[in-house]
Design a protein around this ligand. Structure first.
Ligand code: SF4
Length: 332
């Protein structure tokens, strides 16, 4: 019987699921992904996590609990750095310890360190250490990673073409099935924020589908080429050392400056220290270039009616501007 490896459908899931899933499957393990976020996952996460944590970290706890009795191992890497001279949020760094101390009766966790701060060689170390939970055969592990990396390239290619990551995850093995950008003449909005806020439909109350229902075409940071992200993030007076921060700043500055966007919606979690800096930078840039900007802050108490009202008001403002009433303030 094959080993069952659990992957929480939260945090890094939206960035790396195809890579991890194919890697474990190639090694002969069965991958079990936790259920999509729901009321019970959220409640379990909130009640098993420290109050001070941000919403995504609480939700992550809930996903781990959802997997607890279903798998042999939970894959919970400690992601320190994914790019040279860049870091993740400090909360990722302590995540495996935090979860294992807060949630009881967990199966063993694959909590390998991923640290590319000095060089890319840290990646292969993490791959081999992870693979060894399933097989001692190193050449088999390397081969499995090679296959997984190819699937991951397909996934990233789909996103570059404008497919939302949650749709790309469903179809990276079959591009024909992917739902691409909505093909219409509606306004182009950039959705800015950490992927786990943008793509978790439960915590953001189906934001993407709501915008699609207004005919909005959505662009997110993941769709923008790395070269453009690097070029625009380098314009900051100080180097951005958070990987997600760099992607958010570089991509939104590109969209704002190349005038390819009608509005920006920043989705943030209450209590996120990283976002408090990023929001300010994006908002200032948007204001300078006259691009409408709005902020949606979500936490475990956010009500759907509040989100709907904010979207309706924002749509209203965009529509009035498009009818040549350009004097309408874009920032309240
Ligand atoms: S970046 Fe913000 S939302 Fe994400 S884990 Fe860190 S504090 Fe939480």
């Amino acid at each position: 019987m094959s080993l069952k490896i659990g992957i929480p459908q939260s945090l890094f899931y939206y960035d790396y699921l195809p890579l991890w899933k194919e890697f474990f499957s190639e090694l002969g393990a069965e991958v079990i992904v936790s259920s999509r976020t729901n009321k019970s996952i959220l409640n379990h996460g909130v009640s098993n996590c420290v109050d001070e944590a941000c919403l995504p970290v609480k939700v992550y706890h809930g996903h781990v609990i959802d997997l607890r009795d279903k798998v042999d191992y939970i894959f919970m890497p400690k992601i320190i750095s994914t790019h040279k001279r860049e870091y993740g949020c400090p909360k990722y760094l302590g995540l495996p310890e935090m979860v294992q101390n807060s949630v009881s009766n967990l199966p063993p966790c694959i909590d390998v360190n991923v640290n590319l701060i000095k060089s890319n060689s840290g990646l292969m170390d993490a791959v081999i250490e992870t693979g060894k939970y399933i097989t001692p055969n190193i050449s088999k592990i390397k081969k499995a990673y090679k296959v997984a990396a190819k699937h991951y390239e397909n996934y990233k290619r789909l996103i570059n073409k404008g497919v939302i990551p949650i749709e790309a995850i469903k179809s990276y093995n079959n591009a024909a099935k992917a739902i691409g950008p909505v093909n219409n003449n509606g306004p182009i909005f950039m959705l800015v924020g950490h992927p786990y806020n943008l793509y978790d439909e439960y915590i953001n109350m189906n934001l993407i589908k709501k915008l699609w229902s207004y005919g909005v075409r959505i662009v997110t940071s993941e769709m923008i080429d790395t070269e453009k992200v690097d070029f625009y993030s380098d314009k900051l007076p100080k180097r951005m050392f958070w990987s997600y921060g760099k992607r958010i700043i570089g991509s939104s500055f590109y969209m704002i400056n190349e005038n390819e966007v009608d509005g920006i919606i920043y989705v943030s979690s209450f209590g996120c220290g990283v976002d408090s800096i990023l929001i300010d930078l994006v908002q200032r840039e948007a204001r300078e270039k006259g691009i409408p900007f709005t902020l949606l802050t979500i936490d475990e108490h956010t009500g759907e009616a509040g989100i709907n009202t904010r979207i309706e008001a924002f749509m209203d403002m965009i529509n009035r501007r498009n009818r040549n009433e350009n004097y309408i303030s874009t920032h309240g």
